[in-house]
Design a protein around this ligand. Structure first.
Ligand code: GRF
Length: 216
């Protein structure tokens, strides 16, 4: 076996059971896209646990409807952000989660969780990063006057919306767009992009070279 294929195998072996943990704070349409892609055979994985920091999050209902275990880990009431991150990591590890998927999870991810899942946390963001990180990405895109926007799926690092890019898809920004119409157009692409990117990560055969997510 060559050094390159040995490295590729090593990566694939990182996710042998292909068990996902999904973190949501809201309606959970990207969670639903993952559930649907698994059900239709487009994503070879299982979702071991869905966690929300918000008890009433719609994503929890979607998970329950699909027979997926859920947990609410409220971010309030922990002595520090690190303690909260450790609690999330404990929940995920106790269900043998291998890859963590952030799907509209509205909390910053800190060092304890990143160290518990090194190179194994992914996020979806509704802009072409590095443009328009943070909140209200679609509003930022309209305000700036860009003609193209889209979706980015990336590995999570300690910096907000900044990790190596796994996949991007573009959509046009139209003259008559509102924040809502642009968000809806991007969301259609998000629901395609997220399962595809997760499959890509689980399959292995990639590495991170500097900032770049590259195929081996
Ligand atoms: C999506 O636009 C996602 O890109 C962003 O938050 C939104 C979550 O939507 N991170 P949903 O809860 O998946 O419907």
């Amino acid at each position: 076996m060559s050094a390159v294929s040995a490295a590729a195998s090593a990566h694939a072996a990182r996710f042998p059971a292909r068990r996902l943990g999904v973190l949501v704070s809201g309606r959970g349409s990207n969670l639903q896209a993952l559930i649907d892609a698994i059900a239709s055979g487009h994503l070879e994985a299982s979702i071991a646990l869905v966690i929300s920091n918000v008890a009433g999050a719609g994503g929890l209902d979607r998970a329950r409807s699909a027979g997926i275990e859920t947990a609410v880990v409220d971010h309030r009431g922990w002595p520090s952000r690190d303690d909260y991150d450790r609690a999330l990591g404990d929940e995920l590890r106790s269900r043998d989660v291998e890859l963590v998927c952030l799907a509209g999870f509205m909390r910053r991810i800190g060092a304890p969780l990143i160290q518990a899942f090194p190179g194994a946390i992914v996020n979806i963001h509704p802009s072409l990063l590095p443009s328009f990180p943070g909140l209200h990405a679609q509003r930022q895109a309209l305000a700036h006057g860009v003609k193209v926007s889209g979706v980015t799926v990336h590995l999570v690092t300690a910096d907000l919306d900044d990790g190596p890019i796994i996949l991007q898809r573009t959509v046009p920004v139209l003259d008559g767009d509102t924040e809502e119409s642009l968000a809806a157009r991007i969301l259609v692409e998000e629901h395609q992009a997220y399962p595809e990117a997760v499959q890509r990560v689980l399959d292995g055969g990639w590495t991170v070279d500097g900032r770049r997510f590259v195929t081996l």
